[in-house]
Design a binder for this molecule. Structure first.
Ligand SMILES: Nc1ncnc2c1ncn2[C@@H]1O[C@H](COP(=O)(O)OS(=O)(=O)O)[C@@H](OP(=O)(O)O)[C@H]1O
Length: 224
């Protein structure tokens, strides 16, 4: 992409990473595909590699304990009858045995998933966005994304403002609307209250995975 060109991102969900199903793009455009579950899908690295080995990968990661609670809060909003977070988190709570087969727990073991990707893609082709910094410094985090993509820093702090009602940064305006826009009600909702002891147990559980993740990516996300 030539410097100074405007960027048009076409975002579309594509089953099975099939490039022929993706929208056609000009030399000056980037096609973006967003499926959060790919990061933890066993076949995804091989399929995406076979589609295009030059693909750049962007992963948003946040504290895995908060992520698990967020995930649970989301599920609970759709299925109010599910067991408690505490009940689902452990195979045996007294023995401190965490249930790693529960998706909300498993997804946060980032380094294990990353290892599958690193069998196909070099680390330089993978960019990690800090979910925490995306909230405290959205422009800075987006600046790093744009640098990673090798495009001009088009999105800057001018594009964001902090919305006190929402409690999160929102966009001043979008391409399709001149009005400010926050993310929807399902993003940034109040989390379910969890026993602090459980939070401590999970923090302990994730510590070695987090440390290995920091070492692998060469970045400390400060989740302790
Ligand atoms: N600007 C802004 N506004 C609202 N929410 C924000 C924002 N930036 C990041 N976040 C965090 O994004 C979390 C929701 O992301 P999801 O992982 O559910 O999104 S998605 O499934 O990938 O679409 C959501 O998690 P929860 O707070 O648990 O709802 C937010 O913390």
């Amino acid at each position: 992409m030539g410097a100074g060109n405007s960027l048009k991102v076409d975002e579309r969900k594509v089953e099975g990473a099939d490039v022929s199903l993706m929208p056609r793009t000009l030399e000056s455009q980037i096609t973006l595909e967003k499926t959060p579950s790919y990061f933890v899908t066993q076949e995804a690295p091989r399929r995406i590699f076979n589609m295009s080995r030059d693909t750049k990968l962007i992963v948003v990661v946040r504290n895995p304990v908060t992520r698990a609670i967020s995930d649970y809060t989301q599920t609970l909003s759709k299925k109010p009858d599910i067991p408690t977070f505490e009940g689902l988190s452990f195979r045996n709570r007294t023995l401190g045995q965490v249930d790693v087969s529960w998706n909300a727990i498993r997804i946060g073991m980032y380094v294990l998933h990353l290892e599958s990707w690193l069998r196909y893609f070099p680390l330089a082709q993978i960019h990690f966005v800090s979910g925490e910094r995306l909230i405290t410094d959205p422009a800075g985090e987006m600046g790093r994304v744009q640098d990673f993509l090798g495009i001009k820093r088009f999105i800057t702090d001018k594009h964001f403002y902090f919305n006190k009602t929402k409690g999160f940064p929102c966009l001043r305006k979008t391409e399709s609307s001149l009005l400010p826009r926050c993310l929807g009600k399902s993003k940034g909702r109040t989390h379910v209250q969890i026993d602090p002891e459980v939070i401590d147990q999970l923090r302990e559980f994730y510590r070695p995975y987090n440390i290995k993740f920091y070492e692998t990516v060469g970045q400390d996300f400060r989740w302790e």
